[in-house]
Design a protein around this ligand. Structure first.
Ligand code: SAM
Length: 247
């Protein structure tokens, strides 16, 4: 691609990703806490504050959370809106969706959050059907990212908001070295310890390394037709939140 992001072996990549999340689904939430030291919660909360879903009654505001897995973002958004917003979680992986569906039921959010299986590259929704599109720690796993970005724009209404939270490039000296050591050495070890298999985590660490940095990813979002594209770093760039609008 024009961004030099490898798109070879797309079929194989998706199969590998699917296997990873089938294996970890049951322990996914625990792993997130262990591997990010709980930071993923802070980043997700910040993302939802930035999105600021309306709390007004009868707004009919609808979120699509793609690669939504166990429903972390959708749950936060719905709660933040005083349960006025509706959310659809779309994920390619049935195991992740099952864990999310159970969790939403238990939280009493079973009728405001729905779970749909689907591919980010080919979303099973009509044009202009959502007010916001979120994707957290998901786009990195999608083989054809430009295609997923075009799909995001297609399903958004005019004036709709795109938000993407993803691991990014650390821009703080010393922290970058520490982070490198931690992620390359510790993450696969902790992953093996908790789930019995380190390979999925080796893959995840490598996919972070290959993902375009903040500026390059912002360009990809613009290229998909989004406007007013900006980003903010979290924790020195360990994660970044990209924002764009369909105008
Ligand atoms: N958004 C959740 C969170 O932040 O906790 C889950 C993130 S998890 C790291 C990545 C998710 O992306 C997995 O649930 C995986 O099944 C999903 N995924 C991978 N490839 C996908 C694709 N092509 N389309 C939709 N979802 C995909």
């Amino acid at each position: 691609t024009s961004f030099g992001y490898a798109r070879v072996d797309e079929g194989r990549k998706q199969a590998l990703v699917d296997e990873v999340f089938h294996k970890v689904a049951e322990r996914y939430d625990l792993m997130n806490d262990l591997m990010s030291g709980g930071l993923h919660r802070v980043w997700k909360d910040a993302m939802v504050s930035y999105l600021a879903p309306p709390r007004a009654m009868g707004s009919g505001w609808r979120l699509l959370d793609v690669a939504g897995g166990t429903g972390d973002i959708a749950t936060r958004v719905v709660r933040r809106s005083n349960e006025m917003a509706r959310a659809v979680v779309c994920d390619i992986n049935e195991s992740m969706l099952n864990v999310g569906r159970d969790r939403a039921e238990k939280a009493g959010l079973g009728d405001v959050i729905t779970f749909t299986q689907g591919n980010a590259e080919d979303l099973p929704f009509p044009d202009r059907s959502f007010d916001a599109y979120t994707i957290a720690f998901g786009i990195r796993n999608v083989p054809d990212i430009p295609k997923a970005l075009r799909e995001a724009r297609r399903v958004l209404k005019r004036g709709g908001r795109f938000l993407c939270l993803e691991f990014s490039e650390v821009d703080v000296p010393v922290l970058d070295k520490l982070y490198d050591t931690f992620s390359f050495q510790a993450i696969p070890v902790v992953g093996k310890w908790v789930t019995g298999d380190g390979d999925p985590y080796q893959y995840l660490v490598e996919s972070i390394r290959r993902f375009p940095n903040q500026e390059r990813f912002a360009d990809m979002i613009r290229e998909a037709g989004f406007e007013r594209v900006t980003y903010r770093n979290y924790s020195g760039g360990i994660a970044a939140l990209h924002s764009g609008w369909k105008l």
